[in-house]
Unconditional design. Structure first.
Length: 387
């Protein structure tokens, strides 16, 4: 049975996906939380947050990420740095995943990656877990409800944590898999509950697609001066180096905290929300981010909390140092309504350098900045958890 709002010409069966018995299309936040609670996926926290543990994986599994080697991408991928999968292995993986989902329940969210409509892509997220659908609804951009009646996806992502891949049958590394097939416009994710795989899959798509359109995809946060989008600043850095914190400056307008594009038109956020690290989050130093941990619908991932009071322990990293919260951009009071900015006036590299390559604070010439950027200098020690 089908529930919710969807383009009647673009249901799962129109895509050849006929396995699940119950399909919930584009449920809003309260309905997704209700479904997740009914299924025992987590607990309701203070303020209506959703508390969840992701089990074995508390970060991404980059070694299990594969790109299907087809003729159209064979000469465009840096294969030394990307694991391959054969088209035949992917086809078997897809068939087996759909067979595994037979008779079950799934949640569909029709969303958008990219705030600039000139470069945005429509993404259909199909998730086995209701809270993953909630996460995706926060992290990507939500079309107006009326637009769902006409929505057609450019790419589809299927995330089934209860499915385990077979390395021999599916041509992958382990029983956990993230597989991208650009020809079939499909991404398959199996055997990991870590929600960050969802958002990073969309970032990977845009990383591949946008350079051919003259857009540089960037792993950075961004903000601009109040009333002056021309005065835009971007903050490059690995996970945990301070992108989210620095871009949430209350004196400036937040464009986004993690993934952006830079085109001839300016800067634009890929996402519709933030995925902030919460370890040692300080209510005085970071009051707005801290406040989201008690706002309705915020996903609290892998945090220790008191079973009776549900009070979060921001210092306890016994589950992982990569504890996080996911929330929509509008939970930050100074967030941009458009998520668009101008060409960056200031570019800041958050290197967290423990090796002495640069002084603690260094003002670089354009040539120096290009050298360190192109050489991949984003040193951090110890190595950061994957975003």
């Amino acid at each position: 049975m089908a529930f919710g709002r969807v383009n009647p010409q673009f249901r799962l069966e129109d895509q050849g996906i006929t396995g699940p018995d119950n399909v919930y299309y584009n449920l809003i936040e309260p309905a997704l939380i209700e479904a997740a609670l009914q299924k025992g996926e987590g607990r309701l926290g203070r303020g209506g947050t959703f508390l969840v543990s992701t089990g074995k994986f508390t970060g991404r599994s980059p070694k299990d990420k594969h790109i299907v080697r087809t003729d159209s991408v064979a000469d465009k991928i840096w294969w030394e740095n990307n694991a391959t999968m054969s088209p035949e292995g992917f086809d078997r993986l897809y068939e087996d995943m759909l067979a595994h989902m037979q008779g079950g329940t799934c949640y569909v969210q029709d969303l958008v990656g990219g705030a600039d409509p000139a470069y945005a892509i429509n993404v259909r997220m199909i998730t086995e877990l209701a809270w993953h659908a909630l996460f995706c609804r926060h992290m990507l951009r939500r079309p107006e409800r009326e637009a769902l009646d006409r929505f057609v996806a450019d790419f589809t992502i299927i995330n089934c944590p209860s499915f385990k891949s077979d390395p021999k049958r599916h041509d992958c590394r382990s029983d956990t898999v993230i597989a991208l097939n650009f020809d079939r416009k499909l991404i398959l994710i199996g055997n990991t509950e870590y929600a960050g795989e969802n958002k990073k899959s969309v970032f990977t798509l845009l990383n591949y697609l946008l350079p051919e359109k003259g857009v540089m995809p960037m792993h950075c946060s961004a903000n601009h001066a109040r009333g002056n989008p021309v005065d835009t600043a971007i903050f490059f850095g690995l996970s945990g180096t301070g992108k989210t914190t620095l871009s949430a400056d209350p004196e400036r307008v937040l464009i986004g905290d993690d993934e952006h594009g830079w085109s001839e038109r300016g800067t634009f956020n890929f996402e519709g929300g933030c995925y902030a690290k919460t370890i040692n989050l300080d209510p005085e130093a970071e009051p707005e981010i801290y406040a989201t941990t008690e706002k309705f619908g915020t996903v609290i991932e892998n945090m220790v909390y008191d079973d009776e009071t549900l009070e979060l322990d921001f210092a306890d990293d016994s589950l992982t140092a990569n504890m996080r919260c996911a929330y929509p951009l509008h939970y930050i009071s100074n967030a941009s309504a458009t998520a668009l900015g101008g060409h960056p006036k200031n570019i800041i590299m958050l290197t967290c350098d423990a090796f002495g390559v640069l002084p603690p604070i260094a003002r670089l010439t354009p040539a120096q900045a290009m050298y360190h950027f192109l050489s991949g200098f984003t040193s951090k020690w110890p190595a950061p958890s994957a975003a």
